[in-house]
Write a protein that binds this ligand. Structure first.
Ligand code: CUA
Length: 327
């Protein structure tokens, strides 16, 4: 592999990867390292078996080649000893792998005492994280370094899947029930603690599934505490907060770029065709479009794309002001 390609791969997780860990992103938790160990073990067992079986196949092909086309070979009726051996060995290997991996599943789900709980909620199409003090963040997961953190996972609508490759765990977020796993994470060996878009939705959940991503930051405990305390006092109707919380920019760009929905840049004051009539985008139009998007879909865009948002009037006003400011 060229060094450029190698460098590119090693940047996927921001950390060190190589053949020693099958080019997977860096494992950031003890569990992730155990899972890699299990994965490596299964790969080696399979590789040894594969080479053994293929080598025997080639040897037998050559050694027992048909030498006399007019004669039949000896009829063999079975060999109890050989059959017991080739059934028992794979069975024992599978039972061993089964017990080992099942115990790992229990370890992942049963947190130690004094665990720090974070509520994770998947929704179309954003991730919400709620911390024990009541602070919430959207598409921005932060956890303290070297502490036991339990994720309690929920969904507001359909099945999503909470996946962080560096933790080697992918857990479904299922409406109406709680799923969970816990981690104790270190920072990347590079020393950087922020990885963009490292939280991934791994279950197809609709149009914007591929954009259902969140950043991950593993922060020194002190910095984390300061952040989570500050986050609690941030006003919840603040436009930036509301836009982030509702994932508006998954479909609306703010710089004139193309996306699933109309860009917000220059949208205010623009004339567009809605239900066959020319409409000027003003405060009233925007307020209605947020609450009942399908009734206000402009020509060129399809209905059913944007969910009807329920927000406090104050929050809606702030978002409209924000759109207005993007000229
Ligand atoms: Cu949420 Cu895919």
């Amino acid at each position: 592999m060229s060094s450029a390609a190698q460098k590119e791969i090693s940047q996927i997780g921001g950390g060190q990867v190589g053949l020693s860990n099958f080019y997977l992103p860096e494992a950031l938790t003890g569990t992730a390292k155990d899972i890699d160990g299990l994965f490596g073990m299964i790969v080696w067992i399979a590789l040894v078996m594969f080479i053994l079986v293929e080598a025997l196949l080639v040897i037998f092909l050559i050694r027992y080649k048909r030498k006399h086309p007019d004669k039949h070979g000896k009829a063999i009726d079975g060999n109890t000893k050989a059959e017991v051996i080739w059934t028992l060995i794979p069975a024992l290997i599978l039972v061993f792998i089964g017990i080992y991996s099942t115990s790992m599943v229990y370890t992942i789900q049963e947190p130690p005492e004094n665990v720090y709980e974070i509520k994770v909620t998947g929704m179309k199409w954003a991730w919400e994280f709620e911390y024990p003090n009541g602070a919430k963040s959207f598409n921005d997961l932060r956890i303290p370094e070297g502490e036991n953190v339990l994720f309690k996972i929920y969904s507001k609508d359909v099945i999503h899947s909470f996946w962080i490759p560096e933790f080697r765990i992918k857990q479904d977020a299922v409406p109406g029930r709680e799923t969970r796993f816990w981690v104790n994470a270190d920072q990347l060996s590079g020393g950087e603690n922020k990885y963009e878009k490292r939280v991934i939705c791994a279950e197809y959940c609709g149009n914007q599934h591929s954009l259902m991503l969140a950043d991950l930051q593993i922060m020194p405990a002190k910095e984390f505490t300061a952040w989570v305390d500050a986050e609690l006092t941030r006003p919840k109707t603040d436009a930036q907060y509301v836009v982030q919380a509702n994932g508006c920019t998954s479909c609306h760009t703010i710089d004139g770029g193309k996306s699933a929905g109309p860009t917000w840049k220059g949208l205010f004051g623009k004339k567009q065709i809605v239900n066959g009539q020319e409409v000027t985008v003003d405060e009233k139009y925007l307020e209605e479009a947020i609450v009942q998007p399908d009734a206000k879909t402009p020509e060129g865009y399809s209905t059913g794309m944007m969910p009807a948002f329920q927000m406090e009037p104050e929050a809606i006003k702030n978002v409209v002001e924000y759109i207005k400011s993007l000229q």
